[in-house]
Design a protein around this ligand. Structure first.
Ligand code: NG6
Ligand code: CA
Length: 524
């Protein structure tokens, strides 16, 4: 630290530029020294379907995650942090663009053949960082669409991550349970034999290709709902695929493959600054731990892949340390949506759960309007710069764009829905967001202060029996005080009509919809 400061003093202009004075909510002057324009490397680690109660540091009852816990102990553990949505595609869209996903009608769970969801003219985190001198890379799950429709997987695939800001990309197109089951590097399928071209369809099977329905004897993992189309590596998937045998991934190697890619990206961009978006596939279905982790948790494959993901984070940290980059790297870890046990395969997630509570004390889970859908683990870590602590500031992944822009000294100040919460993310403030509109299955709700209001959704199902999760929809208004009732058990809508009106007014203003009188509501 001392030698770094001396370096800065030598360059007095930079030094002056790094001192930012600002006022916090109470009018007191604070100094944020050495932060802005320091341009640290930035790594965003995004788990897939990791719940609020799945990490040791978030009081996990059954799974040990020492490496991620170490990040939280040496950094800031956020207790009131949100993804923008209760499912993957919209959350990733909100994260990268700084725009609420409900503003884009197409931001729904996408099939593997969907066109690119992000407009190539839209602002994104990697674009913003690139404009400020960063090299940018993505390794892992994409799930934001590719191409412009009718992708030819045997040619260069574009537009994709490389056209919305990433200098380097090594991705899976959609999800581990969706075809095509191949890796794509900078727009090209990895390991493809041109003599065995890939064809993909989400409508019809290709003649003679086995499916889970026609050839159940080929399955090493059984499907529970959905997931009964093409079989790859003995695992039934969503969608039909033909060809590309030499390019197909090995599911059990996926964690190691992404980790190696992430480490290589780091070691080949040491000259900094770089931004790495490391999008883990765990613990999304199909849960396929490397043999090294089978049985590691005692909770079946879902627990095992969380242990595996934790190990990956530890390995990444070791790489940063080995490269001497730890003090100059901001690490943010979170999850794209809440947890689910049975998401379409028989994999013992329910049977072997024991006392473990994937969503902790939160109600609902993935897909849900309740907090179990969107309130997620969120950790920031920056060795030597962020003072360790716990923060109950309300923050959202949509805010990373504006906050990182502030961090890297961008002159732009308007980032749409993204608010600059840099002070919260580095632990200088616990003020957080005042208001947040969240999405689950095309329905929205509002969080304002300690209160959550879910508007009526007439006739919507209260529980999804396939995944066995409460969806959070009701015919009447729901109002919860999350500070006093984290499990959203007491609907206070009738008891606090003024508070209800306050949240309803804010909600209508932001959504741009007049939801009318309580008794007249007929929302879908
Ligand atoms: C659902 C899938 C589920 C999962 C989810 C996407 C079925 C029945 N269910 O449609 O298994 O793939 O989509 O998850 O097909 S997400 O985390 O990427 O949003
Ligand atoms: Ca997800």
């Amino acid at each position: 630290m001392i030698s770094k400061k001396n370096n800065m003093i030598r360059n007095s202009f930079t030094f002056l530029a790094t001192i930012i004075l600002f006022f916090d909510g109470y009018g007191q002057k604070k100094e944020l020294v050495d932060l802005v324009n320091k341009k640290p490397n930035i790594i965003f680690i995004y788990a897939d379907d990791l719940g609020y109660g799945d990490l040791g540091i978030y009081d996990s009852q059954g799974i040990k995650t020492p490496n991620i816990d170490k990040l939280a102990i040496g950094g800031i553990k956020f207790t009131d942090a949100y993804a923008t949505s209760a499912t993957c595609t919209p959350s990733r869209y909100g994260l990268l663009t700084g725009s609420y996903p409900w503003r884009n009608a197409k931001a729904k769970i996408l099939p593997g053949t969907a066109p690119l969801l992000i407009d190539t003219l839209q602002m994104t985190i990697p674009k913003m960082l690139r404009a400020n001198g960063y090299d940018t890379g993505i390794v892992g799950k994409w799930h934001l669409g590719l191409g412009t429709g009718n992708v030819d997987w045997n040619n260069h695939i574009s537009p994709g991550p490389n056209e919305v800001g990433f200098d380097y990309s090594f991705i899976m197109a959609a999800t581990q349970d969706r075809v095509p089951t191949v890796y794509i590097r900078n727009g090209n399928v990895v390991g493809l034999d041109p003599k065995d071209p890939i064809e993909v369809s989400y409508k019809t099977n290709f003649d003679g290709e086995p499916t889970a329905l026609s050839n159940p004897e080929m399955l090493k993992m059984k499907w529970h709902h959905g997931h009964n189309q093409s079989i790859v590596n003995g695992i039934p998937r969503i969608g039909f695929m033909k060809g590309g045998a030499s390019a197909k991934w090995v599911d059990e190697d996926m964690a190691d493959t992404f980790l190696e890619e992430a480490k290589n990206y780091i070691s080949s961009h040491k000259k900094a600054p770089f931004f790495l978006y490391y999008a883990l596939q765990q613990p999304h279905v199909p849960r396929t731990p490397s043999p090294r982790f089978v049985g590691a948790s005692g909770l079946g494959p879902r627990g095992d892949v969380i242990v595996e993901a934790d190990w990956c984070v530890g390995q990444l940290m070791e790489e940063l340390e080995a490269q001497g980059l730890l003090e100059n790297t901001l690490i943010v870890l979170s999850s794209d949506n809440g947890p689910v046990l049975n998401d379409g395969y028989y994999d013992d997630a329910v049977e072997k759960l024991g006392n473990h509570k994937p969503a902790g004390l939160l109600r609902g889970g993935k897909y849900s309007l309740f907090d179990g859908g969107t309130r997620v683990p969120f950790i920031t870590y920056w060795d030597g710069t962020i003072q360790p602590g716990v923060s109950d500031a309300v923050v959202c992944q949509v805010d990373l764009l504006a906050s990182l822009a502030k961090l890297v000294g961008s002159n732009e100040t308007n980032y749409g829905d993204s608010q600059n919460l840099l002070n919260e993310f580095v632990g200088n403030s616990k003020e957080g967001r005042k208001t947040l509109v969240l999405e689950a299955n095309s329905k929205t709700l509002i969080r304002q202060g300690d209160w959550i209001m879910i508007p009526p959704y007439k006739g919507a199902s209260k529980i999804n029996t396939e995944v066995n999760i409460e969806m959070g929809a009701d015919d009447d208004y729901q109002l919860y005080n999350t500070k006093e009732d984290i499990s959203q058990k007491n609907n206070l809508a009738k008891k606090f009509p003024k508070k209800l009106k306050e949240l309803r007014d804010s909600f209508e203003k932001i959504r741009g919809v007049d939801y009318g009188n309580v008794s007249e509501l007929k929302l879908q």
